[in-house]
Design a protein around this ligand. Structure first.
Ligand code: PRP
Ligand code: URA
Length: 209
């Protein structure tokens, strides 16, 4: 079974609390989400392998380190995942970016696919799927399934807020995919929104409601 990593760094928790507050507007919400994505990205990439490299500083020769092995792809789940893209991309500017478009059907709350554009060599990369909300888990589960159909075998999922039932759905379908979250909240309400959560992430990022 995969590991669930809870990133409880004080800066992440502080910023998440600000995001949750209903009076926080779109501009601040977006900025906070990007900052958190960068901080979480630091943890998600903690175990990347490095290799020695001979360099010269202005003073002397030395052996430095550089990231080796698998290159990265960042794949936000549209729309709300876009809010975590810049933070991750700032951290790893050479990462390629793919997009998976899914929305939750308003009645069934099941994910519906509407877009998929991935880097050509995505199957050779470590793929980090980003989406702030892991609620029923359907969207993350299906996005990962789409990536596996494209040959990806090294995938991590980075979400801001999750609930236990959603985590279980993803773990049952994809026991090989580690999950990184800033908070595991209590439960889903009758509309499958996370309680206490932070509301509708897409609407708060883009000001659509
Ligand atoms: C939200 C969120 C996740 C999904 C999580 O997207 O960004 O993708 O819901 O819910 P689930 O775990 O129950 O699938 P939404 O469908 O609202 O689309 P949006 O990002 O375009 O607003
Ligand atoms: N999608 C959201 O944006 N928020 C939730 O709480 C659940 C799904």
């Amino acid at each position: 079974m995969s590991t669930v990593h809870i990133i409880d760094h004080p800066l992440v928790q502080h910023k998440l609390t600000q995001m949750r507050m209903k009076e926080t507007g779109s501009k601040d919400f977006r900025e906070l989400l990007n900052e958190i994505a960068l901080l979480m990205g630091y943890e998600v990439t903690r175990d990347l392998s490095v290799e020695d490299v001979d360099i010269e500083t202005p003073i002397s020769k030395m052996v430095g380190k550089r990231i080796s092995g698998k290159k990265l792809a960042i794949v936000p789940i549209l729309r709300a995942g876009l809010g975590m893209l810049d933070g991750m991309h700032t951290l790893v500017p050479v990462a390629k970016v793919g997009f998976i478009g899914l929305y939750r059907d308003p009645v069934t709350h099941s994910p519906v696919e509407y877009y998929c554009k991935l880097p050509e060599d995505v199957d050779k990369r470590l793929v980090i799927v980003v989406d702030p909300m892991l609620a029923t888990g359907g969207s993350s589960r299906d996005a990962i399934t789409m990536l596996k159909k494209r040959g990806c075998s090294n995938i991590r999922l980075m979400c801001l807020v999750a609930v236990p039932e959603g985590i279980k759905v993803v773990q049952d379908a994809h026991p090989d995919v580690d999950i990184y979250v800033a908070s595991i909240d209590s439960h889903l309400n009758e509309n499958d929104y996370i309680v206490p959560g932070l509301g509708d992430a897409g609407d708060r990022i883009f000001g659509t409601k």
